[in-house]
Design a protein around this ligand. Structure first.
Ligand code: GLC
Length: 422
C-alpha cells in the first residue's frame, strides 16, 4: 500500500513536471542589462506558444564576473534547477565539461553563424554553446555638443581627453553643472579587463597574454596607457567611474551628463528610445588609439551564447529552446529591439535592421576585427588571470601604486599562475 501510494505520488510528480501532453517546464538564467530581460521574455512568449512548453527566467545581476561565480556554484552542485545558461563568450573553456555537446543537434543551423564565433564556443571538438549575439564596443559621442564647439570626433586617446575637457569646461561654464567628459567601465571586474585591454593594446602594449602563451603585460607602452587613464579620473571622468559597470556608465550618458562614453552596441537602441533625453543627439565611432606610430584602435570582442546544463532533466527540450532563441528570426527580433549585433551573417544585410539600427551593419567589420581576450590561451585559468589583470589596473587608476610597479608585480603573478603551462 505504502509502496503503491509512493508510486502514485511519483507518477503524479512526473506528470506535473511534464505538464499536459508532454509539455515541460524549463528555466533559463540570464543577467540583466539594458532591456535584455524584457526582450528575452518576449522571445520566450513566442516559444511557449509554439512549443507548449513553459520557460521561466532566473534573473541575476549584470556583472559577468558575478554570473560566472554563480554558474560555477550551480554546476558544481549538479543543480537541475537551471536548464539553460546564458554564457559570456569567454567562459566556454571553463564551463565546457558541465555543458551538453550541441554539435549534432545544431548541424542544420550552425553554418548560418560566423565561423569564428562557433569556434570560440567549441572546446575539444564539442560545441558547448550556441551564440545569440556578439559584441564589440563603440565610442559614443554627443554630436550636438561637438558641433556646438566645432570639435572633431577624436581618433586618438589624447584627442579624446582634450576634446572631453574642452567641451566639459565650456558646458559647465554655460551652466551645465553635471556634465563630465568621458565615462567607461572602471569597476574591478571583467568589464575593466575589456576596457584596459583596449587602452593597452591600442597603445602598442600588447595583449596581456599572447596567443603563444607568453606573458607580455610588463612593458612601458602598457604602463603609459594606464598612467594616461589614471590622469582622467576626477578630471574628465567622474571619480565614481572607478565603480561603474556598463549600466552605470549608460545612466550618466543617457541622462545627458557625458560628452563621450565607451560602451557596447546595446546602448545605441536605448539612447535612441522614446523618452531618452539624448535621442537623435549622438553617434558612434571606433574607439581611439594611442598616438604612436603604428598604434591602431582596439575593440575587445564580447558576446553571449546559450548552453544546456549537463544536469538538465529535459535536455531535448532545452536544446530546442536554445535553437529557437538563436534562430535567424529571433536574432532579427532581438537586434531590432536591442541593437545587439547578430551572430548570423545574413542579418548584416537585412534592410529592416539597417534602417532601424544602423549601428549594426556599420559594426560588422569592427566586430570581425575585434580582439579576443586571452581566454582561449589561458583556458581554465582565464578567470584567475583576468582577475589579476583587472586588480592591477584598478589599483593603478585609483592611485594605489605606480603603473610600472603594478605591472611588474602582475607579470610575476601571471607567470606563477601559468606554472608549467596554461
Ligand atoms: C559585455 C560583453 C562580454 C563582456 C562584458 C564585460 O557583456 O559582451 O563579453 O565580458 O561585457 O562587462
Amino acid at each position: 500500500m505504502k509502496l503503491a501510494s509512493a508510486f502514485l505520488a511519483l507518477a503524479v510528480g512526473v506528470l506535473l513536471a511534464a505538464g499536459p501532453s508532454g509539455a515541460v517546464e524549463l528555466s533559463i538564467v540570464s543577467g540583466d542589462t539594458g532591456n535584455g530581460i524584457k526582450v528575452l521574455r518576449e522571445i520566450l512568449d513566442r516559444y511557449e506558444k509554439k512549443s507548449g512548453n513553459k520557460v521561466d527566467i532566473v534573473v541575476i545581476p549584470p556583472s559577468t564576473t558575478d554570473q560566472f561565480g554563480q554558474f560555477r556554484l550551480w554546476l558544481a552542485a549538479g543543480s537541475s534547477d537551471i536548464d539553460v545558461y546564458q554564457t559570456d563568450v569567454i567562459w566556454a573553456p571553463q564551463l565546457a565539461s558541465q555543458l551538453v555537446d550541441l554539435t549534432a543537434a545544431t548541424r542544420d543551423v550552425v553554418g548560418e553563424h560566423f565561423p569564428s564565433i562557433i569556434k570560440s564556443q567549441t572546446v575539444n571538438g564539442r560545441l558547448v554553446a550556441l551564440p545569440i549575439f556578439t559584441d564589440a564596443p563603440a565610442l559614443y559621442y554627443r554630436k550636438d555638443l561637438l558641433d556646438k564647439y566645432g570639435a572633431k570626433v577624436p581618433t586618438t586617446w589624447k584627442e579624446l581627453a582634450d576634446t572631453a575637457k574642452l567641451v566639459m569646461n565650456k558646458e559647465r561654464a554655460a551652466g551645465n553643472k553635471d556634465i563630465w567628459g568621458f565615462v567607461f567601465q572602471g569597476n574591478a571586474y571583467e568589464g575593466l579587463t575589456c576596457n584596459a585591454l583596449e587602452w593597452v593594446m591600442s597603445n602598442g602594449g600588447g595583449g596581456i597574454i599572447e596567443p603563444d602563451g607568453g606573458i607580455s603585460i610588463d612593458n612601458p607602452h602598457a604602463a603609459a596607457a594606464l598612467d594616461m587613464v589614471k590622469g582622467w579620473i576626477g578630471t574628465i571622468a567622474p571619480p565614481g567611474v572607478l565603480a561603474y559597470q556598463e549600466e552605470e556608465a549608460r545612466g550618466v550618458w543617457q541622462t545627458g551628463n557625458a560628452v563621450f562614453m565607451r560602451n557596447w552596441p546595446y546602448a545605441y537602441a536605448l539612447g535612441n528610445s522614446e523618452n531618452s533625453p539624448i535621442k537623435g543627439k549622438f553617434d558612434v565611432a571606433p574607439l581611439p588609439a594611442g598616438s604612436g606610430e603604428g598604434d591602431r584602435p582596439v575593440a575587445t570582442l564580447g558576446g553571449w551564447n546559450l548552453a544546456v546544463s549537463k544536469y538538465s532533466k529535459h535536455p531535448e527540450a532545452a536544446i530546442d529552446l536554445v535553437k529557437f532563441i538563436a534562430s535567424r528570426e529571433m536574432q532579427k527580433y532581438r537586434t531590432l529591439k536591442t541593437s545587439n549585433l547578430p551572430t548570423i551573417a545574413a542579418l548584416y544585410d537585412d534592410p529592416d535592421i539597417a534602417r532601424q539600427q544602423p549601428i549594426v551593419p556599420r559594426w560588422k567589420q569592427i566586430f570581425l576585427n575585434a580582439q579576443p581576450r586571452p581566454s582561449a590561451t589561458a583556458r581554465i585559468k582565464y578567470n584567475e588571470a583576468s582577475s589579476q589583470f583587472w586588480t592591477a589596473v584598478h589599483n593603478t587608476i585609483s592611485g594605489q601604486g605606480s603603473a610600472a610597479d603594478n605591472l611588474a608585480d602582475l607579470e610575476a603573478r601571471l607567470t606563477k599562475l601559468k606554472g608549467k603551462g596554461w
